[in-house]
Design a binder for this molecule. Structure first.
Ligand code: G3I
Length: 434
C-alpha cells in the first residue's frame, strides 16, 4: 500500500517533470508523446538476444509470426518510462557476452524506483564512492585503536549496497583499493597526523599500512558478503606519462608513489592476491587508455605484474566524448590489451554530451550502439576477452560530469525514461549504426 502510494506520488511528480522536460528539451520534435498520454512500447522491435559466433544461432521470437501479421515497425519513440512500462533488460540481452554494470551512489540505489530499475537492467554494480579509502578509513578509531602500521576501517558507507547486491543477486566490482585520489593525506603521515607540519611515514610503514588496508577490506567484505565481490580494482590511475614518475608513472599527486616508490603497484597486487578469495579477479584500472603513450606504459606495467601471477584484468574506464577518441583508436587499445590474454572490463563508460537536442541524443545513441557493436565483434573474433561493461551512473542528472556544467552522458533521463542511448545498447533497429 505504502509503495503504491509512493508510486502514485512519483507518477504525478514525474508527469509534471516530464512536461517541463519535454517543453525545454524537445520542443519541435514531432513524435514526442504528450504529457499524460498513455505510453506503450508498441512498434517495439523484437529483441533477439545475440549469441556468440560459433554458437548455434537460435533466435527466440517473443511471438510466432503468422502470414497475416503486419510487418514490424521500426521504433520511433525512444523515451519510454521505466516506471510505467516494461522495457527490455540490457543484462539479459547481453548475457552470452558480458555482464552489464552500473556505478551508483548509495542515495540513488536506495530510491525505490531507481533500485527497481537497477535490478531489472544490471547484473554488476560498482560503488560510486562508498568503497573508496576516504569512505572506509576511520581516522578517529585509527588514532585510538589502531597501530602505526594498521589502520581501523568502517564499512557503514557500503554495507547497504553490498546487502542490496546479496538480496538481488547482483555481483560487485570492488572500487577501489589503492588510488592517489580520495585517500586522505593523514593516511600517509607519521602518527596519522593531519597537521600542516606532518611528515611522511617511512616506506616500510607505508607498505605495512597498504597490506593491512587491503587485508582488512577483503576480510570484511569476503566474510560478511561472501561471493558478492567478483573483481577488485586493486590499483587505479597509476600511469600518467610526463608526470615525472619512472616508466610513465604518476608522481606529482600520488602519495603512494612518493612514500613507497614506483614498485607500490606491484606490492599492491602482491598483497591483493594474498588476501583475495580464489575466484576474485584483480584489475588495474585507468582512464584515457587509448592515448598511445599511456597505453604502452600500462601494457609494460600489467605485463610485469602478469609475469608475477598477480593480475587478471585491465579496466578501461572509458569516459569518452562524442567524437574523441575515434572508435579506431579505442578499438586499437582493446586489441592491444587483448593480446595480453588478460580479461578486459569497460569500467566507467559515459559519453560527455553537452547538448540535449533530439538530434544529439540520436547521435549519442548511435555512438553507444557502435561501441557495443565493436565490443561484440571483438569478443566474437576472439580478439579480446571483454567480460563486463559498466556505465558510470544511472541518469544524466546524477552524472559526475555535471560538475563542469550540464551534461547528458547516460542511458536514462531524470524521470527514468529511456534515452536513445539505451536502445543503442540494445542494438535497436531504430538507432542508426552510422
Ligand atoms: O562527501 C562530500 C560532502 O561531504 C561534501 O559536502 C561535498 C561538497 O562538494 O563533497 C562530497 O564529496 C564529493 C564526492 O564525490 C561524494 O559525492 C566530492 O566533492 C567529489 O569530488 C566526489 O566526486 C567523485 C570523484 O570520483 C572524485 O574523484 C565522483 O562522485 C565519482 O563519480 C568519481 O569517480 C571516479 C572514479 O572513482 C575513478 N575514475 C574517474 C571517476 C570520475 O571522476
Amino acid at each position: 500500500m505504502l509503495l503504491w502510494t509512493k508510486k502514485l506520488a512519483i507518477r504525478l511528480l514525474a508527469t509534471v517533470m516530464i512536461c517541463n522536460f519535454m517543453v525545454c528539451t524537445f520542443t519541435g520534435c514531432g513524435d514526442q508523446k504528450e504529457s499524460g498520454e498513455e505510453k506503450s512500447p508498441t512498434g517495439e522491435v523484437q529483441k533477439v538476444q545475440p549469441t556468440k559466433e560459433g554458437e548455434e544461432d537460435t533466435p527466440t521470437p517473443t511471438s510466432t509470426p503468422t502470414p497475416t501479421e503486419p510487418e514490424k515497425e521500426v521504433r520511433t519513440d525512444f523515451y519510454i518510462s521505466s516506471i510505467d512500462e516494461k522495457i527490455p533488460s540490457m543484462y539479459e540481452y547481453w548475457k552470452e557476452y558480458f555482464s552489464i554494470g552500473i556505478a551508483i551512489t548509495k542515495g540513488e540505489l536506495l530510491n525505490d524506483f531507481k533500485g527497481e530499475l537497477i535490478v531489472q537492467q544490471f547484473n554488476s554494480m560498482t560503488c560510486g564512492n562508498e568503497m573508496k579509502p576516504d569512505a572506509l578509513l576511520d581516522r578517529e578509531a585509527t588514532k585510538s585503536k589502531g597501530t602505526e602500521t594498521c589502520p581501523v576501517l568502517k564499512f557503514d558507507s557500503c554495507d547497504e549496497m553490498l546487502s542490496f547486491c546479496v538480496d538481488h543477486n547482483i555481483k560487485m566490482r570492488g572500487h577501489t583499493l589503492v588510488w592517489h585520489s580520495q585517500t586522505p593525506d593523514w593516511f600517509f603521515m607519521e602518527g596519522y597526523s593531519n597537521k600542516q607540519d606532518a611528515v611522511f611515514a617511512s616506506r616500510e610503514v607505508m607498505l605495512a599500512r597498504m597490506e593491512n588496508y587491503i587485508r582488512l577490506v577483503m576480510e570484511y567484505v569476503n566474510t560478511t558478503y561472501p561471493g558478492v565481490v567478483y573483481a577488485w580494482d586493486v590499483v587505479n590511475e597509476a600511469i600518467a606519462p610526463g608526470d615525472g614518475g619512472e616508466n610513465g608513472m604518476r608522481m606529482s599527486d600520488s602519495l603512494w608513489y612518493q612514500t613507497i616508490g614506483p614498485d607500490f603497484v606491484e606490492k599492491a597486487f602482491e598483497y591483493a592476491r594474498k588476501y583475495a578469495a580464489p575466484e576474485q579477479k584483480l584489475f588495474y584500472n585507468d582512464f584515457n587508455t587509448y592515448e598511445a603513450a599511456k597505453r604502452i606504459a600500462i601494457l609494460e606495467l600489467v605485463n610485469k605484474i602478469k609475469d608475477q601471477g598477480n593480475i587478471d584484468g585491465i579496466g578501461m574506464q572509458s569516459h569518452i566524448g562524442m567524437s574523441s577518441p575515434t572508435l579506431l583508436d579505442y578499438e586499437e587499445t582493446i586489441r592491444k590489451f587483448g593480446e595480453t590474454g588478460l580479461e578486459i572490463h569497460i569500467t566507467e563508460l559515459d559519453i560527455n554530451l553537452d547538448s540535449n537536442s533530439e538530434e544529439d541524443f540520436m547521435k549519442e545513441g548511435t555512438r553507444y550502439k557502435r561501441l557495443f557493436f565493436t565490443f561484440k565483434n571483438l569478443v566474437d573474433t576472439g580478439v579480446a576477452n571483454i567480460t563486463n561493461i559498466t556505465v558510470w551512473g544511472l541518469t544524466d542528472e546524477g552524472s559526475w560530469l555535471n560538475k563542469d556544467g550540464k551534461r547528458y552522458p547516460l542511458l536514462f533521463n531524470q524521470v527514468l525514461e529511456t534515452k536513445p542511448a539505451f536502445w543503442g545498447i540494445l542494438m535497436d533497429e531504430g538507432i542508426p549504426l552510422y
